[in-house]
Design a protein around this ligand. Structure first.
Ligand code: COA
Length: 260
């Protein structure tokens, strides 16, 4: 249980979280529930949803689940509508659904590139677009999970770098267009976070120690580090923060330390 913030910091809030079944975004969803929010989580995989629902309910939280692929706008619209029907409103939307794998640009197929852009970038747009009316009504907010890969260049990650650059553009554009409706739009760019599916896929164990020495704070991040950033950005403590992608990476990207 995360102890940094008051446990009722999100009391009464309804959070709709994509990719909320696992990994960093799963941690963020749980942290929201531990701090008073009621959850609606969506993922392509029913089994991830069921596991998260059971976990959240085990500590007394509420978790509504609805399977949807963020690439499918109609499915996203249905998921948003079902959540509004279930809870009556949506206050916070977290775009965490993402796809990733390592592949050299000269070996990546156009469909491989497009698949990741479709999940990360178009998926984020789809969810934002479908939740606009609900967020306008609640004067709610959006939190987009991004990355630092595209700040410099990350070999084997051209698809994700391009996709996350698009996500950051969405964060900035919507913060400007929707700020007047009382909707805040921010992002988080996690650095190297331990024990995530992404890190298991991307990082050979023997490289971890070498890389740790190159991180200014001399450690990998924890999912709790991202949870704390998400709690801050979605709470009233950040009520004047809009259009920001908060980097939570121990200063890693500034040294240009490639993970690949
Ligand atoms: N290397 C190269 N290309 C790959 C690949 C890999 N490891 N994995 C998938 N692709 C390509 C496929 O070859 C295909 O292109 P093609 O039709 O030209 O052959 C394209 O990507 C789509 O693959 P497919 O398996 O049909 O996509 P999907 O929608 O079922 O899966 C992925 C989406 C590819 C992102 C998959 O990796 C995934 O679901 N990952 C789980 C989520 C995740 O990665 N989470 C971590 C987030 S950091």
């Amino acid at each position: 249980m995360n102890q940094v913030f008051n446990k009722d910091i999100l009391q009464g809030k309804i959070a709709f979280v994509t990719g909320g079944g696992t990994g960093i975004t799963g941690g963020v969803a749980k942290a929201f529930a531990e701090h008073g929010a009621k959850l609606a989580i969506t993922s392509r995989k029913e089994e991830n949803l069921a596991a998260m629902k059971a976990e959240v309910e085990s500590f007394g939280g509420e978790c509504f689940t609805v399977a949807a692929d963020v690439r499918d706008f109609e499915a996203v619209e249905n998921a948003i509508a079902a959540t509004r029907e279930h809870y009556g409103k949506i206050d916070i939307v977290v775009n965490g659904a993402a796809g990733n794998f390592l592949c050299a640009a000269n070996e990546l197929s156009p469909n491989g590139f497009g698949t990741v852009v479709d999940i990360d970038t178009k998926g984020t747009f789809n969810v934002c677009r479908a939740s606009f009316e609900a967020l306008k009504e609640s004067k709610g907010q959006i939190l987009n999970i991004s990355a630092t890969l595209h700040y410099l260049a990350t070999p084997m990650q051209i698809h994700v770098s391009a996709a996350k650059a698009g996500v950051d553009a969405i964060t900035r554009n919507l913060s400007v267009e929707w700020g007047r409706h009382g909707i805040r739009v921010n992002g988080i760019a996690p650095g190297p976070i331990e024990d995530t599916e992404g890190m298991k896929r991307l990082l050979m164990p023997e490289l971890k120690e070498k890389l740790t020495r190159k991180i200014p704070l001399q450690r990998f991040g924890k999912i709790a580090d991202i949870e704390n950033a998400a709690l801050f950005l979605t709470s009233d403590a950040a009520s004047y923060v809009n259009g920001v992608t908060l980097v939570v990476d121990g200063g890693q990207w500034l040294l240009g330390t490639s993970l690949a």
